[in-house]
Design a protein around this ligand. Structure first.
Ligand code: RUQ
Ligand code: CUA
Length: 693
């Protein structure tokens, strides 16, 4: 009894979560000082005190010592997240040229994971040994050469009824015209596909309301075969002249069919619409009133191809002559129906609706949009499309109802040179909001506000949407400076029916003096802004040493249901039992002939702190297959597996089975060891690969 009392006494300051609870007296000395410090301003030494001996410095003292303002202290309180407490949101940010995806907590801005996507990643063993991961990477090769980087741009989360459901993640690689599927069960890449007939893709990924398709659009036009149409990398050649550009270069609007059960794109059910060689840009797929419609904007309706050495204007000038470019409106459900009835033709592995056909069938329309626009964002009700001016200080808001009516009533002002009807600007515009210089992208909150990034002004403009969101809308209410050169911005679950508001992340290209110098290549800067109140407040600067992150999607953390460990013997690619999984005691080495070739198969297990078998033997020239099963089911008990001098490293998460396959081309005795510091005897978790001459 007495003991229990004592224990209680000792524990009294620790609540269930192990957090220290303050006594009233202590509270007065910390918190009281803090509050008083705020009330009177920083620079006052500890108030309260209450006589507690050797109490830690007060908030006011710390603020003074560190030169922090009240704003800073409030920002810290709003973002600081102790270990064991979780963020409210998770942000999936493109990793830019790293070809990866960054997983970041909001509001803590802590980096939780770098998902290996288009680029080999040694810690995860991605592309460094596990055959399964090599297969994923290979899926995206273009037939000319292996690719080991990507220019990731626009992450997208799978949707159910247009809402983000947290099951799958998609992202595009602009430079190589690819798209990837990532499972949000294990945050690993499952598939990469090369978009047929297309060299570079920028707009997209953007899922249809129930993720039937993921929309993705070409950026720079691709040379198409003058006779058969379509593009084969490394094969199709068209001489680059203005004439040929007009005639034979093409853009594409692709709907990659997504098989949710398998978690894979299915090219055989996908379709593509041929577009004129305008440089297509950002993409959005509608819901609600805009259900069935897909959009993208464009620039270079001038069809400039460059040629400064021949006296032509430089590309950026040639591409910026027209006062209007075209917002593309695609009737994707109608196109899907057309394809299902046998319309289009298969070119290089995908069903293509040729441009003429698309026009004839009424699947494509253009809407004039002011000069070289950027951004293409749909308001929460699915009722407006917002296009930013880029070279024009306005955001132009198009009414979806008006667009549909104009199409129905054929309110065309002309046809473009390819025969696509162009709707009358005045018939479809709802509003134009002067937001500032260099408007790029717009995101939304839950209170009827829109937020537009202003690249040139180095600011974010907050503006009020008009009816039905606000009676007195379509006007800017506030601007907050950012540092510097904001491209995209992201608010939680924007571009869906129910954005969550609260925070905005500004993805800034330059950081200039915000961080210590680390050489002439400066980090990029993610700035977290509180948008919950009357005034926007900057909370946090997060340097990103991976360039150049483009866009991010933010989702409520409770929508994510990731696995803790894999069920025993899982192949992560399929989430099914791996056919080569074994249990402890079943380890063995088998050598046999396969189609006249010697194959050594090694069934191995990994457990703290043993690799079994610890001597793996094969003969030079053998194909070696090592089936590795991590037979642990404890959270976090990952083991690595590397082979010295063979450029092989794998990572096996608890419950995972994977295959390492290579040709034992060099004889020798090679150290093998676990590359994950997994236990006190981690260094002993080792063995030998013996390749007999
Ligand atoms: S866009 S440059 Cu997302 Cu503003 Cu790629
Ligand atoms: Cu397993 Cu170190």
């Amino acid at each position: 009894m007495a003991e229990e009392k004592n224990a209680k006494k000792n524990n009294k300051r620790n609540n269930k979560n192990g957090e220290t609870k303050l006594t009233r007296r202590e509270f007065l000395s910390f918190g009281g000082g803090f509050i008083a410090g705020f009330a009177v301003g920083a620079g006052i030494s500890r108030l309260g005190g209450g006589g507690a001996p050797a109490a830690p410095a007060s908030f006011a003292e710390i603020m003074e010592q560190r030169g922090l303002t009240q704003q800073d202290a409030i920002a810290a309180l709003k973002t600081y997240t102790p270990g064991g407490k979780y963020d409210e949101f998770i942000m999936f940010a493109s990793g830019g040229h790293s070809g990866q995806v960054l997983v970041i907590g909001v509001p803590s801005m802590r980096l939780y994971k770098v998902i290996a996507v288009f680029t080999p990643e040694p810690w995860q063993g991605y592309g460094y040994g596990l055959k399964e991961t090599h297969e994923v990477l290979k899926g995206g090769y273009n037939g000319i050469r292996p690719l080991s980087w990507g220019d990731t741009h626009h992450p997208e989360i799978s949707r159910t009824n247009a809402e983000f459901d947290g099951e799958w993640l998609f992202i595009n690689d602009k430079a190589n015209g690819r798209a990837a599927v990532i499972s949000l069960k294990d945050f690993e890449t499952k598939q990469i596909v090369k978009v047929p007939n297309t060299q570079t893709v920028h707009g997209g990924c953007f899922a249809t309301p129930n993720t039937e398709y993921v929309a993705i659009v070409s950026q720079y036009a691709t040379p198409w075969d003058p006779e058969k149409g379509g593009y084969i990398p490394g094969e199709t050649y068209v001489e680059l002249t203005e004439e040929n550009y007009k005639k034979y270069f093409r853009g594409t609007y692709t709907f990659l069919a997504f098989d949710r059960k398998r978690g894979r794109f299915d090219l055989s059910k996908s379709f593509q619409i041929e577009l004129p060689p305008y440089t297509q840009d950002l993409v959005a797929v509608g819901w609600g009133p805009s259900d069935g419609l897909a959009f993208c904007n464009s620039f270079n309706t001038e069809l400039a191809v460059g040629g400064v050495l021949k006296g032509k204007p430089p590309l950026e000038i040639g591409m910026s002559q027209n006062d209007f470019d075209y917002l593309h409106v695609i009737l994707w459900k109608k196109a899907e129906q057309y394809v299902k009835e046998g319309g289009g033709e298969v070119i290089n592995g995908i069903r293509v609706i040729r441009l003429k056909e698309a026009v004839k069938e009424g699947l494509i329309y253009f809407v004039p949009e002011p000069k070289s626009p950027h951004g293409c964002d749909i308001t929460p009700n699915g009722d407006y499309v917002c296009v930013s001016g880029k070279l024009d200080p306005v955001v132009t808001v198009y009414s979806v109802e008006k667009i549909k009516r104009a199409i129905e009533e054929k309110k065309f002002e002309k046809k473009d040179p390819y025969g696509v009807p162009v709707l009358k600007f005045d018939e479809v515009v709802e509003a134009q909001i002067e937001v500032g210089l260099g408007p790029l992208h717009t995101e939304f909150d839950d209170k009827g506000y829109a937020y537009t990034s202003l690249f040139i002004d180095n600011a974010v403009a907050r503006w009020k949407l008009g009816p039905p969101y606000n009676e007195d809308g379509w006007k800017v209410v506030e601007r907050i400076p950012i540092n510097y050169n904001v491209g995209h911005l992201a608010t939680p679950e924007s571009n869906s029916p129910t954005p969550k508001g609260k925070y905005l992340v500004s993805l800034n290209k330059w950081s200039i003096e915000r961080f210590p110098l680390v050489g002439p290549l400066h980090p990029q800067n993610f700035q977290l802004i509180d948008i919950s109140g009357e005034r926007m407040q900057l909370l946090y600067d997060m340097p990103i040493g991976l360039g150049e992150p483009h866009y991010a999607k933010i989702i409520s953390i409770e929508k994510l249901k990731p696995l803790d460990v894999y069920p025993a013997g899982t192949d992560p690619l399929t989430f099914q039992p791996h056919p080569k999984a074994i249990q402890q005691g079943q380890e063995r080495i088998e050598r046999k002939q396969e189609n006249g070739k010697w194959v050594t198969e090694i069934y191995a297990t990994l457990i703290r702190s043993t690799i079994t078998p610890d001597i793996m033997k094969a003969k030079v020239g053998d194909i070696v297959r090592i089936y590795l099963t991590n037979v642990e089911y404890t959270r976090d008990a990952t083991h690595g597996f590397c082979i010295a001098e063979y450029n092989i490293n794998a990572s096996l998460e608890p419950g995972e089975t994977g295959t390492i396959e290579f040709v034992a081309d060099k004889p020798g005795v090679y150290a093998i060891y676990c590359t994950e510091f997994c236990s006190p005897l981690h260094l002993e978790m080792a063995g030998w690969l013996v390749i007999e001459p």
